[in-house]
Design a protein around this ligand. Structure first.
Ligand SMILES: Cc1cc2nc3c(=O)[nH]c(=O)nc-3n(C[C@H](O)[C@H](O)[C@H](O)COP(=O)(O)OP(=O)(O)OC[C@H]3O[C@@H](n4cnc5c(N)ncnc54)[C@H](O)[C@@H]3O)c2cc1C
Length: 394
């Protein structure tokens, strides 16, 4: 008998599996319908031997010391500060917009003080900021909005920024300095040997069994367990009773090129002309040295795997109806990005899962994260992680 059946082996499910096994000596079965652990953060060495991220670039950044310390129990880190260029008017310029972006784009030589005035002169004040368009136009004006944001957002979301919540573009800052880092969090690093290795270490415990290629619905009647933790889509759990929650999907086109370097930055955004939104070159992220290089193009799609909850009022209302159903289910815990229908970064999901574990054991998040083994982690190599095959059940 398992104490817990956990649906989904991404960050939410794997952190909870690790904590319950290692911190509370519980027996856990974690299943995922995909053929691998690590959820969307899954990385692997492709046929050419280059470490790539299957579901698009995942860059770790956080301001939370306890989240960083917790993950550090399972990985060493490679310091990495992410940088992005945008292809605009035939030039590659820093994104988010900074002093250099403006100087290069307009052929100017402004100082930090001058650029503040310059942007203020372009900005179109807006009484009430409601949409993503309002956020940008009120900060940098319509011209920069058109060049950097409008088409990018239309491609990414299939909606005009005027139809999207302010939250989408308010995440992207505008800087009057030359700081060209994409993130400014206190911890910015990549797992030294990749995300999948980190997950393998998390799940390497004699109390944790893993089933891959396994939809929980196929086993829920067959395998005895006491409690369920669900990290899949909340609408699917309730058989789409109120209709489907809209998600934006992506198609990834991976390529390997016979050259050491493909582009001059880890990510180049293409806001305007192309059908794809961006190209990522993985060796920048991983620091791997290799005579070839692997890249991925991202093409936004309406159909496909659920990646981005679409932040609009009617979708939040629909989610609230599912949340009411979820709250009434004291036998199931709903954790993670898909189960709470909100775009969260990896660190936020780790924090959410640690908080959930804290609630289960009556501890605050920081204490709950203390990864010191209560029952001793098996110190076998990560390769010893055991996975059961769905076929074992039949
Ligand atoms: C393109 C892209 C880029 C991103 N980049 C970043 C980034 O740079 N930095 C960052 O911090 N975050 C990034 N994120 C966000 C990050 O992927 C999420 O925060 C994280 O993956 C959430 O973890 P999770 O466990 O909630 O969900 P997931 O990783 O989605 O895991 C849920 C798992 O549940 C499984 N599942 C679903 N239904 C079932 C079922 N019925 N039976 C069995 N298994 C099921 C799924 O197969 C999946 O593996 C990015 C996301 C995307 C889509």
């Amino acid at each position: 008998m398992f104490d817990y059946l956990i649906v989904g082996a991404g960050f939410a499910g794997s952190v909870l599996a690790e904590r319950l096994a290692n911190g509370s000596d519980k027996k856990v079965l974690i299943c995922d319908k995909r053929p691998h652990i690590a959820g969307n953060a899954y990385d692997f060495y492709n046929d050419e031997g280059i470490l790539i991220h299957k579901y698009g670039p995942h860059i770790f950044h956080t301001n939370s010391k306890d989240v960083f310390d917790y993950l550090s129990e399972f990985t060493e880190w490679r310091t990495y500060e992410h940088r992005v260029l945008a292809s605009v008017d035939g030039m590659l310029v820093p994104m988010p917009i900074n002093l250099d972006t403006i100087n290069k784009l307009y052929g100017l030589n402004l100082t930090a003080f001058e650029v503040e005035d310059f942007l203020a002169s372009l900005a179109e004040p807006c009484d009430q900021i409601k949409t993503s368009e309002d956020v940008v136009v009120s900060k940098v004006g319509r011209e920069l909005y058109e060049k950097f944001f409008r088409n990018y957002t239309r491609k990414q979301w299939g909606l005009d920024p005027s139809e999207l919540d302010a939250s989408v573009t308010s995440r992207v800052p505008t800087r009057t300095t030359r700081d060209d880092r994409y993130f400014t969090d206190s911890y910015q690093a990549m797992p030294k040997h990749g995300y999948t290795r980190m997950f393998e270490k998390m799940l390497d415990h004699p109390n944790i069994k893993i089933m891959l290629n396994c939809d929980y619905q196929e086993i829920i009647e067959e395998i005895p367990f006491r409690e369920l933790i669900y990290t899949g889509p909340i609408d699917a759990f309730f058989n789409y009773r109120y209709g489907k929650l809209p998600y934006r999907s992506l198609e990834f086109k991976h390529e390997t090129h016979d050259m050491e370097q493909f582009q001059s930055a880890p990510v180049v955004n293409y806001p305007n002309e192309q059908a794809f939104t961006r190209i990522t070159e993985f060796k920048y992220l991983t620091g791997q040295e290799h005579k070839k290089t692997s890249i991925v193009y991202e093409f936004p799609r309406a159909e496909g795997d659920p990646y981005y909850p679409v932040p609009r009022k009617e979708n939040a209302d629909l989610y609230a109806k599912y949340k009411t159903l979820a709250d009434a289910r004291s036998d199931v815990r709903f954790v993670g990005r898909l189960a709470t229908y909100r775009y969260y970064n990896m660190d936020q999901i780790v924090a959410q899962a640690l908080t959930e574990y804290g609630k289960m054991v009556g501890k605050k998040r920081q204490e709950a994260a203390a990864a010191k083994a209560a029952v001793g982690n098996s110190n076998g190599s990560s390769a010893s992680v055991q996975t059961l095959n769905n076929a074992h059940l039949s």
